[in-house]
Design a protein around this ligand. Structure first.
Ligand SMILES: Cc1cc2nc3c(=O)[nH]c(=O)nc-3n(C[C@H](O)[C@H](O)[C@H](O)COP(=O)(O)OP(=O)(O)OC[C@H]3O[C@@H](n4cnc5c(N)ncnc54)[C@H](O)[C@@H]3O)c2cc1C
Length: 413
């Protein structure tokens, strides 16, 4: 069975890996001309996603390239007051790994490149479904026919737009904006993230063991959607500068770097809310189908788990895509709902709205750094709830190819 996957970041290569293991023939089309190397940000893998990564045989590579961030310093009052905390008190999971997204996608790509066809620098132009397949035209490659098409092409998914319609029908603005810029590591950070918080805005800087530079991360609240085009980078930088005007600590220096940064990202924090992720022979996986919001919702773990479950359900259904897509949605629905709720709480915690909330957040962090570890869980309600949601998703064992043969289920053609 030939499956076309759009997107070669996290969900796409993980799905391709498992489909190839189950005897499918996956092709991955990626709009970028090559794997992304500049920019990017740190992402989180929680227990079930780490278990899946282990089953893929790439856990040693993932651990090798983890960011190594161990400490958080929260600063308020322009940096005059500081609270330090070890991150193992914040992330109370014993199997959590933080890694740069681009490192993770490179590891997944390396694990699949021999068994999976990758088409870089291209994108699906049109999709037409009929009773036995999907006719696909590309922006560059000649048209081809596939049995199934899966959109793993992120929050602004092309496949979702082509099959389900415009994004605004499914996206909910949750009242905040997010920006990331690649900056020099002038704070000499290695195992440490620094985060300045003021009412309605948060600016952070971090680096990772595998990086020579650092990332400046900005989050700010807005009670309305801002007016800009998604390709108008100068306007986005202007909005960011306006939102952080007058904030102390290193913020003016980080904003200065916006003129020189080689990689810049700016977007609203948007949650996707769809009733179903599948239509006919097309389905969605990862951020394309159920992003709870970038930077607030553990969505990388969801992308890994979703890809594993989708491939597993297709294998278990012997390629009966209708049955498999229904089972995939059933398996993921509760987790997606809980992750959305957690993401709303995380957005409030990361960007406190008022002076009082800022102070409470600072005191909470300060206390977490001082109290015995067994007491800090109670204080840390937002992150411990998030960890619980992402750490405790039950993930089934799916049959291997030999298991499929033994079970009498028809293997994919
Ligand atoms: C600034 C920022 C900070 C974040 N912080 C965190 C965090 O702290 N923790 C966490 O867990 N997650 C975080 N995330 C979210 C995380 O990056 C995503 O959840 C994760 O990468 C989802 O993987 P994905 O494969 O579903 O989609 P993506 O990683 O978005 O990948 C989509 C892929 O599809 C490709 N693509 C797009 N359009 C097309 C097209 N037309 N044709 C072909 N290919 C296409 C893209 O180039 C990309 O390679 C953050 C996200 C952002 C933006």
């Amino acid at each position: 069975m030939r499956v076309l996957i759009s997107g070669a970041s996290i969900a796409g290569p993980v799905l391709a890996y498992w489909l190839a293991r189950y005897g499918y023939r996956p092709t991955v089309v990626e709009r970028a001309p090559a794997l992304r190397k500049a920019g990017g940000h740190a992402v989180d893998l929680f227990r079930p996603a780490v278990d899946i990564v282990e089953r893929m045989g790439v856990l040693p590579a993932v651990r090798d390239r983890r960011t190594g961030t161990e400490r958080l310093t929260m600063l308020v009052d322009g940096g005059r007051k500081r609270a330090h905390v070890d991150l193992d008190r914040v992330f109370t999971s014993d199997r959590h790994v933080e890694i740069m997204r681009d490192d993770l996608s490179e590891i997944f790509y390396d694990a699949t490149r021999d068994d999976v066809e990758y088409l870089f620098g291209d994108s699906i132009a049109t999709l037409e479904q009929d009773a036995d397949g999907v006719e696909v035209t590309f922006e560059h490659a000649p048209p081809r026919r596939f049995d199934l098409v899966i959109g793993a092409d992120g929050l602004h998914s092309n496949v979702r737009r082509l099959v389900f319609g415009e994004e605004r029908r499914f996206s909910a603005f949750i009242g905040a904006y997010l920006a990331v810029a690649t900056v020099p590591n002038h704070l000499d950070l290695s195992d440490h993230v620094m985060m300045a918080v003021a009412p309605g805005r948060m600016a952070a800087c971090y680096s990772a063991r595998s990086m020579d530079d650092a990332r400046a991360l900005f989050l700010f609240r807005s009670d309305h959607e801002l007016d800009y085009h998604h390709r108008d980078v100068p306007r986005q930088k202007e909005l960011l500068r306006a939102a952080f005007a007058g904030m102390g600590w290193e913020v003016p220096r980080l904003l200065d770097e916006l003129d020189r940064t080689p990689a810049f990202y700016f977007d609203s924090i948007t949650q996707l809310r769809m009733d179903t992720w599948s239509r006919g022979r097309v389905s969605l996986v990862g951020d394309a189908g159920y992003s709870p919001g970038p930077a607030v919702g553990g969505s990388t773990s969801m992308a890994v788990i979703g890809a594993y479950v989708l491939a597993g359900e297709l294998a278990a259904a012997g390629g009966d895509h209708e049955r498999a897509f229904r089972a995939y949605e059933r398996e993921m629905a509760g987790y997606v709902r809980r992750a959305r709720e957690v993401a709303m709480g995380a957005a409030k915690w990361l960007v406190p709205g008022t002076r009082f909330q800022t102070w409470a957040s600072f005191r909470g962090t300060w206390l977490m750094g001082k109290l015995p570890k067994r007491v800090t869980g109670a204080l840390n309600t937002v992150t411990s709830k998030a960890v619980r949601v992402h750490d405790t998703v039950p993930v089934k064992d799916y049959p291997s190819m030999s298991g499929i043969a033994r079970s009498g289920v028809r293997p994919p053609r």
